[in-house]
Design a protein around this ligand. Structure first.
Ligand code: C2O
Ligand code: CU
Ligand code: CU
Length: 463
């Protein structure tokens, strides 16, 4: 099938070719909802075609979904799989009912059921989507996709390239391992995949105009891997992290100063391609001391001779600044769990053991009745959470529905960035500040999916 001719059924969205470089893209720009259906897929991740993958498109990666800041987005998500599911829009401040968390905000969707998600993204930037039910299965098999919320007034670039970074855990014959996750992994740093990909390719190559300006969106959707990214061959800067523009831009990552992207995190990079046709920009991740190439951008045509200084800066998103003087403080401690077997309840899968806990309590399971919020907040008030990692492993801690600001760390100076996912390193204590400006019950968990499913999960309440 020719990817440039592909059209999504409903007519509500078309796959854009040409101007939108990168993976499959759908643009939602109409009143009728986008039709998205979970389905099995097969794909050449290696020389052998991998069966039993999960996507939203026939035998292709989940599409990059484009929406526009301030415009209504809606999608009818249909479950074409035998297992239950739900869909979550990571990092986007949606109304609670649209958040896709089973039992907390909606019932899991059975086979052939459809749920209409609709919301108006207030914040522009790079986000992503993934199921929140049967996550260990469905995410491991491919169902993680990028969302681009276009600015009302986007900076003009010559190419906008979105890259979905993730692994797959395959055997040497290209088929999924029988155990997508192991107990040994879940009790420690997580179970890593065996095949590292970018947009489902082991060596992702994309052309971009020589001497042109490129917006490169890197999205870590892997259930486990913490990327240490290095970029070579271009001038430029990091302009946004986790969707939100940086007030002070950061330099491009180098081997000495790599960019850490942990599961769930994103980076927007503005770069200028080298002038020569065929010259390349390389994005790699560090595996120990070795650089492993992920993405190559190759210069095409005569140089456009563009200048990075011509780029219009991104406008900050409309986030409320927490009032640190009046903020109420709460401690949240992430650590081991008292021994437990975990409950196998509900339809959304569980690890079967608990290894992890928040404030000494492992999450009882998505479907357990009567679970209590970790913190109850008053709508409109400011809060400071003191997040403490009591374990030797790293945890990307993610909060739904509310965007927070990183205030401090016991391990050194931190940039005061807005985010939805903060990586806690070994024995780290990070303080975050937020305004409880979105009512509802919001999931709060580690984004190493095995940790989440073996106890490191909970929720907060805003009323
Ligand atoms: Cu990206 Cu609760 O998830
Ligand atoms: Cu989320
Ligand atoms: Cu974790």
């Amino acid at each position: 099938m020719d990817r440039r001719q592909f059209i999504l059924g409903a007519g509500a969205a078309t796959l854009a070719g040409g101007g939108l470089a990168g993976a499959w893209q759908v643009r939602h720009a109409s009143a009728s909802p986008l039709a998205l259906k979970l389905q099995k897929a097969r794909y050449f991740l290696t020389e052998d075609i991998t069966e039993n993958m999960v996507s939203l498109l026939p035998d292709a990666p989940p599409p990059v979904i484009r929406m526009r800041q301030g415009d209504l987005f809606s999608a009818d998500v249909t479950n074409g799989l035998a297992d239950y599911t739900s869909m979550h829009w990571h990092g986007i401040r949606v109304p609670n009912k649209m958040d896709g968390v089973p039992y907390l905000t909606q019932f899991p969707m059975a086979e052939e059921e459809t749920y209409r998600y609709s919301f108006t993204p207030e914040d522009a930037g790079t986000y992503w989507y993934h199921p929140h039910c049967m996550t260990m299965e469905q995410m491991a098999r491919g169902l993680t996709g990028i969302i681009i919320v276009e600015e009302r007034d986007p900076p003009t670039v010559d190419a906008d390239i979105a890259v979905n970074l993730r692994d797959f855990r395959l055997k040497s014959n290209g088929q999924f391992e029988d155990k997508l996750f192991t107990a040994k992994g879940a009790a420690r740093g997580g179970t890593k995949g065996t095949v590292i990909t970018a947009n489902w390719q082991r060596k992702y190559l994309e052309e971009a105009p020589a001497g042109g300006l490129v917006r490169l969106r890197l999205v870590a959707t892997d259930p486990t891997r913490i990327y240490k990214l290095v970029l070579a061959g271009a001038q430029g800067m990091i302009v946004a992290l986790d969707g939100h523009p940086l007030s002070v831009k950061q330099p491009l990552p180098t081997e000495k100063n790599s960019l850490i992207l942990s599961p769930g995190q994103r980076a927007d990079i503005m770069l200028r391609m080298p002038d020569g046709e065929g010259q390349e920009v390389l994005v790699s991740t560090l595996l120990g001391y070795r650089q492993h190439g992920l993405v190559r951008l190759k210069g095409r045509g005569m140089t456009l001779k563009r200048d990075l200084r011509d780029l219009r800066p991104l406008h900050p998103n409309p986030l409320s600044e927490p009032d640190l003087k009046t903020a109420e403080r709460h401690d949240l401690i992430f650590g081991w769990s008292p021994e437990g077997n975990g409950t196998r309840n509900g339809f959304c899968g569980s690890f079967g053991y608990t290894f992890w806990s928040i404030n000494k309590t492992p999450w009882a399971g998505d479907a357990v009745q009567g679970t209590q919020p970790l913190v109850t907040m008053k709508l409109g008030r400011s809060y400071i959470f003191r997040l403490q990692n009591e374990s030797p492993n790293q945890h990307p801690i993610h909060l739904h529905g509310l965007t927070f600001k990183v205030l401090s760390s016991n391990l050194g100076a931190v940039a005061p960035i807005w985010t939805d996912t903060v990586l806690l390193r070994k024995n780290e204590i990070v303080e975050i500040g937020l305004v409880a400006d979105n009512p509802g019950d919001w999931a709060f968990h580690c984004h190493v999916i095995e940790h989440q499913k073996s106890g490191l999960a909970g929720f907060v309440r805003v009323v």
